[in-house]
Write a protein that binds this ligand. Structure first.
Ligand code: ADP
Ligand code: MG
Length: 463
């Protein structure tokens, strides 16, 4: 359906507009009345809504023969549960932080457990995103090793490194590499059954199957695979039943000499709340890490992405952007899209001046939301308490935990000094801020319910 729409829209608008606004889009979910499209960022979404929403709606209506509502999901932000669509969308192809997902416990309540279609049709679905290929991946010293390991696996699945464990921080290309492996294997050998799945989706799938008494079908979906690519495996930490089932899946594939690749934002040894036997399985293969990119790699990525959008950016623009975005490549990509969009709107060339304006907006947006006052307000609202409680000396858990979380976010996401943060929390000592920050940091590493809360608060702050 979406493919048809795209073909149609391509005929209707200028190629350069099509490239800017439609090539980055892809569908991630569809149900009876709505189609969800993934957009790179909110700015992009706003522009798209303003300029093309009608066209999209009309075209969809034409091809679907009925009215469909269009939803947008920002790349990496939404925590919604996606269902497959047309075989080219995928559950969690853009690696949103797994911590933003509802916890297992919460998923079991009917209200928040969306029905995931896991019937016949998905049996052959690979959930691979065709956009993530090796030739679109820029190699630098930071990811050379991981890239080589992935290529080896893609060329000879189950012959070299099995399992392959990809480790790297958020936004550094883990999801991209998993899909690239899958895409290459599928292209070279269409008979092999390849499947990409996020650990989150695996969990939801499992819970649904248990609830509907369809465990046999669940196992049947994984057992015949030749290649299983599991993204963000750290998500299953603390979830016993999921781990047990994953262990079973892992073993049955492994015994039959099938390839398994998993990604994670931490090393196996740093994964808490994970069964020892699983950890040792992960450690039994090859562990390849991806480090943050250096300046040259960031610039090379910018050139490549710009080229993909049929734009050219000069060295000073690339240098400027690369210097100002620390390490997250998703963010780097986001800022580049903003630059491209801004230049197409204002009909100005992409030069340093324009890049500076866009970046200023970007940082102002960020800083505005991440002021201490706004963090306090958002945290207080999230926990249904008052800002004055956060600033008070109350020590009950329902106040002290939100207070520590708020301090933690202030420390991590603003430039404010420790004494300044303390002052804004009703005149507390800077050691209190240090203590809170340490405490929450260590809890965050455990990936429990609190991590989910913090992630949701950050999502609110970022929106
Ligand atoms: P992760 O899963 O590690 O959080 P992703 O794989 O989702 O990160 O990468 C974030 C974005 O950055 C994606 O759009 C991806 O295509 C892009 N990206 C990451 N690394 C590279 C790279 N080396 N070359 C080109 N694009 C990259
Ligand atoms: Mg990812």
């Amino acid at each position: 359906l979406w493919k048809n729409c795209l073909d149609h829209i391509e005929q209707k608008i200028l190629p350069e507009n099509f490239n800017t606004w439609f090539t980055p889009l892809y569908p991630c979910a569809k149900n009876e009345n709505t189609l969800t499209l993934v957009v790179p960022n909110r700015f992009f979404e706003r522009c798209l809504r303003e300029n093309y929403l009608e066209l999209i709606q009309e075209t969809l209506e034409y091809f679907a023969n009925k009215k469909l509502e269009v939803c947008f999901q920002v790349n990496g932000i939404s925590s919604g549960i996606e269902t497959p669509f047309n075989g080219n969308g995928n559950g969690n192809g853009n690696g949103h932080p797994p911590v933003s997902a509802p916890s297992e416990a919460r998923m079991e309540t009917p209200a928040s457990s969306p029905h995931v279609e896991v019937g016949e049709s998905s049996r052959t679905e690979s959930f691979l995103n065709p956009k993530y290929t090796f030739d679109r991946f820029v190699i630098g010293p930071n990811n050379q090793f991981a890239h080589a390991a992935c290529q080896a696996v893609a060329q000879k699945p189950a012959y070299t490194y099995n399992p392959l464990f990809l480790y790297g921080a958020v936004g550094l290309g883990k999801t991209h590499l998993l899909h690239a492996i899958g895409n290459q294997i599928s292209n070279q050998n269409p008979n092999l059954r390849v499947r990409y799945i996020s650990a989150e989706r695996f969990t939801v799938d499992l819970i649904e199957s248990i609830k509907r008494d369809k465990m046999a079908a669940f196992r049947e979906r994984y057992r015949p695979l030749d290649v299983l690519l599991v993204d963000d495996i750290q998500f299953i930490a603390g979830k016993e039943r999921t781990q047990e089932e994953f262990f079973y899946t892992f073993n049955s594939l492994y015994e039959y000499h099938k390839q398994i690749v998993v990604s994670s934002d931490r090393y196996p040894k740093d994964m808490k709340n994970i069964e020892e036997r699983l950890r040792s399985r992960f450690e039994s293969g090859l562990i390849a890490d991806i480090m943050p990119p250096d300046l040259e790699t960031k610039m090379a990525i910018l050139y490549k992405k710009a080229d993909f959008h049929e734009k050219e950016i000069s060295q000073d623009v690339a240098m400027f952007l690369a210097n100002n975005i620390k390490s997250n490549i998703r963010e780097l990509e986001g800022i580049l899209l903003r630059v491209i969009a801004y230049s197409s709107f204002t009909r100005r060339d992409i030069d340093l001046e324009l890049a500076k304006e866009v970046l200023k907006d970007f940082t102002v947006d960020k800083n505005k939301n991440f002021s201490i006052a706004n963090i306090q307000k958002t945290v207080a609202q999230y926990f249904s308490i008052r800002v004055s409680d956060l600033k008070s000396k109350k020590r009950s858990r329902d106040i002290s935990i939100p207070r520590q979380i708020a301090m933690y976010i202030c420390r991590e996401y603003t430039q404010a000094s420790l004494p300044e943060i303390g002052r804004q929390f009703g005149g507390k000592d800077h050691t209190t801020v240090i203590f809170s920050h340490r405490k929450i940091s260590s809890l965050v590493k455990e990936n429990n319910e609190m991590t989910g809360s913090i992630q949701q608060i950050l999502n609110i702050l970022e929106s």
